[in-house]
Design a protein around this ligand. Structure first.
Ligand SMILES: [Zn+2]
Length: 186
């Protein structure tokens, strides 16, 4: 990786009160990435929004990469501390709720980065913001992180779906095909 030359206009200037003025040129590609991140996080790419996006991106990267952070905050499913009495019954390995990043990427890519909800009259939601990954067979009922058990829903549709799962278990399979109205999208 080679450092790009900074534009003559780039500068970082201390303004006092722990504030800095950052002035720099960004590429169209970076602009697109910021726009996409803004879409995903629901943050408009105004100047103020960009600052928030940069902070979120930095935080996320630090969370993953910074060895100074507490371990549990980095990825890795933490195994349950073994109580280990002599007569310990079956020790089941704790299932991690966290979907592996590689799987997430596949699920989002397969969905075209939009909500996959389709109403029973065939209208696709296709919202591109506030997207979440939904377990078709709920995780809490033993559903796996296998890609075939996952799909992308906007927050609104994911919540509605969850309500049903936990209200009426047996509806789960049925309403995948026979979902009721989608009027109040996302
Ligand atoms: Zn939706």
């Amino acid at each position: 990786m080679q450092a790009k030359k900074t534009s003559a206009k780039s500068r970082v200037e201390a303004l006092g009160n722990d504030n800095y003025l950052l002035r720099c040129t960004i590429s169209g590609a970076l602009r697109q990435k910021l726009d996409r991140l803004g879409e995903l996080l629901g943050i408009a790419t105004t100047a103020a929004g960009m600052v928030e996006l940069i902070e979120r991106a930095v935080d996320a990267t630090l969370k993953l990469k910074d060895p100074a952070r507490p371990r549990q905050q980095r990825k890795a499913p933490t195994p349950a501390p073994a109580p280990a009495p002599a007569s310990a019954p079956v020790q089941q390995p704790q299932r991690s709720r966290a979907i592996p990043a590689a799987i997430k990427r596949q699920v989002f890519a397969r969905a075209g980065y939009c909500c996959q909800f389709i109403s029973n009259n065939g209208v696709a939601c296709r919202q591109r913001t506030y997207l979440e990954i939904d377990h078709i067979h709920p995780f809490s009922r033993g559903g796996s992180h296998h890609i075939e058990n996952l799909r992308v829903l906007c927050r609104g549709h994911n919540q509605r779906h969850a309500e049903r799962d936990f209200g009426l278990d047996f509806m789960q399979r049925k309403h995948r095909r026979n979902h009721s109205k989608t009027s109040a999208a996302g």
